[in-house]
Ligand binder design. Sequence first.
Ligand SMILES: C[S@@+](CC[C@H](N)C(=O)[O-])C[C@H]1O[C@@H](n2cnc3c(N)ncnc32)[C@H](O)[C@@H]1O
Length: 221
Amino acid sequence: MEITKKFQGVYDIDGNVATENLNQGIKVYGERLVENEDKEYRIWDPRRSKLAAAILNGLETFPFKEDSKVLYLGASAGTTPSHISDICNNGLIYSVEFSPKMMRKLADLSQMRKNIIPILDDATKPRNYMNLLQKVDAVYSDVAQPNQSELFMDNARLYLKEKGIGILMIKARSIDVTKAPNKIFKEEESKLKTNGFRVIEKVKLEPYEKDHMAFICEFSF
Ligand SMILES: C[S@@+](CC[C@H](N)C(=O)[O-])C[C@H]1O[C@@H](n2cnc3c(N)ncnc32)[C@H](O)[C@@H]1O
């Protein structure tokens, strides 16, 4: 087995991306566990997590450090948040989700992973959770909604630290199924730019996710 480090807390194991398991022996979504020496790794599935897909497709900007504070929008049952929880094992992942059904699963996960703070709320109303969080090093957004860019920018303006990084996963078909995805990506990019966000990097998520693009940006205060 060959293990190399890709980013802090992220590993390449024989061509797979993986994180070191914060909860040894426990799987979150049926992922494969791999033991090596005294460590256990969780294979990060790029078909279940857009962040893993972006990493495999060459993502270079990686804002997640051991002690990072992250605002995660659209946390669902916690698949991707769980890997960020492995990486930011001394940080906090404020995880916003508005579906009560998903939140029940996320709340269970947060019992085992103390760095995941579940927030049952609507990410289009970021002031609702103002009393629950501090400024963050990164805002990660994956909500698959028509207003996904606006929601991301509203949260980033309020909560992102100066020099913080935003990652916005755009699903073109959630914005307009009739338009060409590349046209949508251009329109969303120009929205980001006119609103003061500087796009540092763009990564397409094919073949893992069709018609998706990861936008990595900074906000100019
Ligand atoms: C594509 S799934 C997220 C998958 C998750 N990010 C992962 O990788 O593990 C999108 C999630 O966003 C949630 N969502 C959509 N709009 C939202 C909103 N306005 N506020 C909070 N959550 C929202 C949905 O309920 C759904 O669980």
